[in-house]
Design a protein around this ligand. Structure first.
Ligand SMILES: Cc1cc2nc3c(=O)[nH]c(=O)nc-3n(C[C@H](O)[C@H](O)[C@H](O)COP(=O)(O)OP(=O)(O)OC[C@H]3O[C@@H](n4cnc5c(N)ncnc54)[C@H](O)[C@@H]3O)c2cc1C
Length: 492
């Protein structure tokens, strides 16, 4: 039987950062991953002569050398930053209303305000107010709370000087319903639709508050949106290498089937091959719902372990169409890396990383990914014999929308692959195929943090932790969970 200080289950973004933090702090750590590669969602795959990004549209909180975000600071500590060829994007996205208008949403605040004010001159004052509030709320937020994603006690995180006079934007706007904020600042439905796309990473506009949209908008503007040459897999493998350099142990192609609990404490795991591996601390980079329901003997699951997550729905579970085109992006009129195509029948994101990556320009080919947010439950209700029919039906719907924005795109398709929430569920082991864990809004993670620490020795990290999901939040959750576990193991 092997023994370590810590076991990390799953090598997704969260698991990788947890394992790196543990090993860096001096805890002997093993990562156990069911696939043969690291990264979880941060992966790529090949079809024909194309490599497709499986998930990342844009990474937030990297920032620049002069103005680093948290992700860069952590990657610097691990020696990962310089191993990856980062591609900064000048725009968060472009908005395309086929046949009517195309305009960018620049990541620079001044350019953003100037661009939108030029297109919607009658809304200039409202646009200025909108960004004043977005930035004001986030600056207040940082001053108000100790910015530690994994801190479970919101009161302990509160700045004792917190008053409405001192932090007026936060007090007045942070938890204002988003539709009310839009109604106060602007009228044009297209402008509201364009800015609303930033809420897409949290949830539908009627369910969001100002803090939800401020989070995404501010971080992408303040720390810039990034993609990477060689897809997100390049930083997944750099993280794996940094863990290995520090002496960490990796066990791939091995699923954990059981978590062992003795006298109320998690003490080890059993793999699919029956190997028992023991440790003082276990960090799960997977859904606590699955763990409590399937991986621990029911007699060892405390009564308060499951209920909290029952109050939440799961985050979105998108379908994607991956297209390998035999042309350059501009041959079919793709203006930007990320493009929100708005049509009466729905909204899709069309992402073409070749626009941001100068090293692949002129190669006569490019990849485009079409994404439609979907609820996993729609797919899970489909009988297996109808699955392919449904998958092609959804793909056809997305292609029809793409064709409106990029006429002639179909004629350039050389390779095509489709993924649904069933694909995500199978690959990641995520219930419902969600990509963001529980559907957690800012009011939840600020005021009512999810706690999954009911079994001593077992904690969780990644998109299922107390955050809205996404690569940066998952990584920071892992980094904090790893350091906290190391402190418990090493007593410092
Ligand atoms: C299509 C798509 C688009 C996205 N776009 C963006 C974006 O533009 N920007 C952004 O920031 N985020 C984006 N995301 C979200 C982001 O990728 C995820 O929220 C984040 O990567 C989740 O990381 P995680 O640490 O929770 O782990 P996951 O990526 O879910 O990885 C979990 C790992 O655990 C392993 N595992 C599970 N169960 C077991 C077990 N029993 N034993 C061993 N191993 C196990 C899995 O194989 C997997 O490797 C997107 C995701 C998808 C799918």
């Amino acid at each position: 039987m092997r023994e370590f200080d810590a076991i990390v289950i799953g090598a997704g973004n969260g698991g990788m950062l947890a394992a790196n933090a543990l090993q860096k702090d001096g805890a002997r750590t093993i990562i156990i991953e069911k696939h043969n590669t690291p990264g979880g969602a941060a992966e790529s795959f090949c079809r024909g002569r194309f490599e497709f990004e499986a998930a990342l549209h844009q990474l937030t909180c990297l920032g620049t050398e002069d103005h680093p975000g948290i992700t860069r600071k952590v990657f610097d500590e691990l020696g990962v930053t310089e191993q990856v060829d980062w591609l900064e994007m000048p725009n968060i996205a472009s908005i395309i209303v086929p046949g009517q208008i195309t305009f960018p949403l620049p990541s620079d605040r001044e350019k953003m305000v100037a661009t939108l004010s030029r297109i919607f001159p009658e809304e200039k004052a409202g646009i200025e107010k909108y960004f004043e509030v977005i930035f004001g709320v986030m600056e207040d937020y940082h001053a108000l709370l100790d910015f530690d994603y994994n801190s479970k006690d919101p009161l302990a995180r509160m700045n004792p000087d917190a008053t409405a006079e001192k932090y007026p934007y936060f007090y007045r706007y942070a938890f204002m319903p988003l539709p009310q904020f839009f109604a106060q600042t602007m009228k044009n439905p297209l402008l509201i639709g364009a800015l609303s796309t930033m809420a897409a990473y949290s949830g539908p506009v009627p369910e969001c508050t100002v803090l939800d949209i401020a989070n995404w908008t501010y971080y992408y503007m303040e720390y810039k949106p990034y993609h990477v040459h060689g897809c997100s897999f390049s930083f997944s493998s750099a993280l794996m290498e940094s863990f290995r350099r520090m002496g960490g142990t990796l066990l791939f192609n091995t699923a954990v089937e059981k978590i062992l609990v003795e006298n109320g404490r998690a003490v080890g795991v059993v793999t699919e091959y029956g190997e028992e591996i023991r440790a003082k601390e276990i960090v799960g980079n997977l859904s606590p719902m699955l763990v409590y329901q399937n991986m621990i003997d029911p007699k060892d699951v405390p009564a308060d372990a499951v209920p909290q997550s029952k109050g939440y729905a799961i985050h979105s579970a998108p379908s994607q169409v991956f297209l390998g085109l035999d042309c350059e992006p501009w041959d079919v009129g793709i203006p930007d890396t990320n493009n929100f195509i708005l049509v009466p029948e729905g909204r899709i994101i069309a992402t073409c990383h070749d626009v941001a990556d100068p090293s692949v320009r002129g190669s006569g080919k490019c990849t485009v990914t079409l994404l439609l947010s979907d609820l996993g439950v729609n797919w899970l209700n489909i009988p297996p014999e109808k699955y392919f029919e449904k998958k092609y039906e959804v793909a056809e719907k997305m292609l029809a929308i793409a064709e409106k924005a990029f006429p002639g795109i179909r004629e350039h398709i050389e390779e095509m692959e489709i993924s649904s929430s069933v694909t995500n569920a199978r690959f990641l082991g995520a219930p419902g195929g969600t990509i963001g864990g529980l559907k957690i809004y800012s009011r939840d993670y600020v005021l009512f943090p999810v706690k999954n620490d009911q079994i001593p020795g077992l904690t969780f990290c990644g998109a299922w932790d107390n955050n809205p999901g996404g690569m940066h939040p998952s990584m920071m959750s892992g980094w904090n969970a790893g350091h906290e576990a190391a402190r418990r193991i090493l007593g410092k």
